[in-house]
Design a binder for this molecule. Structure first.
Ligand SMILES: CC(C)(C)c1nc(N2CCN(c3ncccn3)CC2)c2cc(C(N)=O)c(N)nc2n1
Length: 329
């Protein structure tokens, strides 16, 4: 229940409807979602809650009254055997220190961490049977995603077959490099099409294309960072990434295993500096307890692992021009 007055609720409902209609039109009309599902869903649920609390505000033209009101994608659904979890976010080194202290307290000793750049893309799961790619799917809500196998076949750095007949699942981030993003937007602008607000939306819009031939024209990449239930000879996150690299997956080589938080802080400072010069977007650093058995011991809360945290950089000066064009349409 919100503590909004009827007047305030009316304003809020109006702006939510306006926003959701724009997003839904972009999704249906141009089949290029300009926003992450999670963002759309959050606003949609907020509108539903307000309409439930203020029934006098419900109107037949509200997107919640539309049969297909929610973003229904035409992809078939994929149930994730192992849920794709969310990530806890922190925004300061103090909070990272507290995270480390919590972990040390829980396990009774200091732990090593694997620090990874937090790639600004969308999550992707890749499933292989006897060494052949059989399914690619998006994260969706963490439990149910979309089948994008046909599209994934056109992402050049995804191995279609593995050097060994393994039946495994790996997960990573699908992203569009900064240069490819700028090129795509220039082309779209020249064609009078709506430009993408940022590389993450461009990647999402390009991967979640119903017509895989469109994905083929888009320059998408991946960084793979998780081996789901790896063989027992793999005991650490850093080792897992090295092993996936050997299998032909594209991994991010900047990841580093650290024994102390001081080294982690140096890594954070280094990539706060280097961020703009990278050829792909990052929005933070992901810190994971490296030892996989400790990860299992620490377990997860409902949606978030206790053994991992994402340190988010302060938002950089976004190129607001694109955003303005987008929102004024
Ligand atoms: C395996 C865990 C759960 C620890 C995990 N989860 C991740 N993510 C979860 C939340 N995600 C998410 N996405 C949409 C909505 C909610 N959560 C987006 C991926 C990771 C993302 C990156 C990255 N971006 O580079 C990374 N190097 N490691 C990750 N590791």
């Amino acid at each position: 229940m919100t503590n909004l007055s009827l007047e305030e609720a009316k304003t809020k409902v109006k702006s939510l409807r306006n926003q959701l209609n724009k997003w839904a039109d972009a999704y249906y009309a141009k089949d290029a979602p300009v926003v992450e599902d999670a963002t759309y869903d959050k606003s949609y649920q907020e509108l539903e809650k307000l309409e439930a609390q203020f029934p006098e505000l419900v109107s037949s033209d509200s997107i919640t009254q539309r049969v297909g009101g929610e973003i229904k994608s035409n992809f078939s659904k994929v149930e994730h055997e192992v849920p794709m979890l969310s990530m806890g976010d922190v925004f300061s080194k103090t909070e990272l220190k507290e995270f480390d202290e919590r972990i040390q307290k829980a396990v009774g000793h200091r732990v090593a961490y694997n620090a990874e750049l937090k790639i600004d893309g969308l999550s992707l799961s890749l499933e292989y049977e006897d060494g052949r790619l059989v399914r690619a799917s998006t994260r969706g809500n963490g439990s149910v995603g979309e089948d994008v196998t046909a599209n994934a076949r056109f992402i050049k750095d995804i191995p279609q077959t593995l050097p060994e007949p393994l039946t495994i699942e790996v997960r990573g981030e699908c992203y569009m490099g900064k240069e490819s993003f700028a090129k795509l937007n220039t082309e779209r602008d020249a064609e009078g099409k709506q430009v993408f607000a940022n590389p993450r939306n461009a990647a999402a819009g390009s991967l979640r294309q119903l017509d895989a031939k469109v994905t083929k024209k888009r320059d998408l990449s991946t960084f793979i960072y998780t081996w789901v239930n790896p063989p027992e000879q793999i005991t650490g996150q850093h080792q897992a990434i090295k092993a996936m690299d050997k299998l032909g997956f594209h991994t991010n080589q900047t990841g580093h295993r650290f024994e102390s938080m001081d080294e982690v802080f140096k890594f954070i400072d280094e990539y706060t500096e280097k961020r703009d010069s990278l050829s792909y977007g990052i929005d933070g650093i992901v810190l994971k307890v490296d030892d996989l058995s400790l990860q299992n011991k620490l377990g997860n809360t409902v949606k978030v692992p206790r053994w991992e945290i994402a340190y988010k950089f302060p938002p950089e000066e976004q190129e607001t021009i694109v955003r303005d064009i987008l929102w004024t349409v």
